[in-house]
Write a protein that binds this ligand. Structure first.
Ligand code: GLN
Length: 343
């Protein structure tokens, strides 16, 4: 079993071209590197510093093979991708019924920062939009704000196999300018949907969005879900197996904001995106994909990341509802790849 501390260096040292899938990924990267559509998020100055040409793709199989190309070491803030995983932690803390009494699981069809609650129950629509994510952050247990943050960071470490830091300037900027999120929190407090520790909960939400990850971490996050909640490299359990299905389902219906329907139709992988330029996508039982490319489309999803997932789904028949024989058999293409467990 790979030691946690060694994971970064182990995965960084993989350079050999040993399987056709690695060549495929190289070609895919080259194909979309020149795509210049989209714009880097600039609602806070720190995010605008991202270089539009940064582009990394990483695929981790449920057996722990790692394939990567491009900027897979470049750190960026996880942003909304955190929402899916914090939802998982809330489920572990309180169980499905209680969490569902505070946050629904319906897609909104509206932008991620829409100020909208269910008119009958006053619940935010789902944990993947900001209102629902703030309500979810409120549910994270801990005796102090430090303990709650530590629990969130420890959870991410279980998924990725390495320690994560907060990007403090991003956190402080989000906190200083997040009036809309603050307004949503107060609206939910008004309806009794969240507790009155508003500042603490908003801090936790802004901090979870400011956690620094790279494309490899994003692939590990989804590979862990694909593998039933156990990191396929470290073999550490990150989330109770009973909640994996809950998290993945909401990723499929709500993970790509108001583009979730289109995404499900075209790509068909439960996924979550963030305005930092990351996408994490799950092929249950098979693999996890992490992409990083900062330019976003109008709905806030990474332009190149969408293209990469679309191609992977089409070329290898990875759409969750695919019933046709795929053009390429993923198992044949990954054969001969590096298996970290053998290192
Ligand atoms: N921190 C961002 C916000 O709350 C996260 C948004 C996102 O990635 N879509 O607005």
């Amino acid at each position: 079993m790979a030691d946690l501390g060694d994971l970064q260096s182990l995965t960084s040292s993989i350079t050999a071209v040993t399987s056709p899938f690695r060549n495929y990924l190289n070609d895919l990267h080259a194909k979309y590197q020149s795509l210049n559509d989209g714009a880097v998020a600039d609602y806070i100055p720190e995010l605008a510093l991202a270089k539009p040409e940064w582009f990394g793709i990483c695929v981790v199989t449920a057996e722990g093979q790692v394939f990567e190309v491009g900027n897979c070491d470049q750190l960026f803030t996880i942003q909304s991708i955190s929402k899916a995983f914090v939802f998982g932690l809330a489920l572990e803390d309180h169980g499905r019924d209680y969490v569902n009494s505070k946050v629904s699981v319906e897609p909104t069809g509206e932008a991620f920062n829409a100020i909208v609650l269910d008119e009958v129950t006053n619940r935010p629509y789902n944990p993947m939009v900001n209102a629902g994510a703030i309500a979810t952050a409120d549910l994270i247990k801990g005796h102090s704000s430090t303990e709650r943050l530590k629990r969130v960071l420890a959870m991410f470490q279980r998924y990725t196999g390495r320690e994560h830091d907060i990007n403090v300037p991003v956190f402080l900027s989000e906190k200083a300018t997040g009036f809309r999120n603050r307004a949503m929190a107060y609206l939910m407090l008004n309806f009794g949907m969240i507790s009155d520790r508003i500042d603490e909960t908003l801090d936790l939400y802004f901090q979870q969005c400011s956690i620094m990850v790279n494309a490899r971490d994003l692939a590990m996050l989804s590979a862990t879900l694909a593998n039933g909640g156990v990191n396929p490299v470290t073999q550490e359990r990150a989330i109770d197996e009973h909640h994996v299905q809950d998290v993945i389902s909401v990723m499929l219906t709500c993970g790509m904001y108001d583009a979730s329907g289109e995404w499900c139709y075209r790509v068909g992988m439960p996924a979550k995106s963030g305005v930092g330029g990351g996408i994490t996508a799950v092929v249950p039982g098979q693999l996890g994909i992490g992409t990083f490319s900062p330019p976003l489309d109008a709905k806030g999803n990474s332009y190149r990341g969408i293209k990469v997932c679309e191609d992977l789904a089409k070329d290898f028949g990875l759409h969750v509802f695919n019933a046709a024989k795929p053009e390429r058999d993923i198992n044949e293409w990954i054969a001969g790849g590096n298996d970290l467990n053998d290192w």
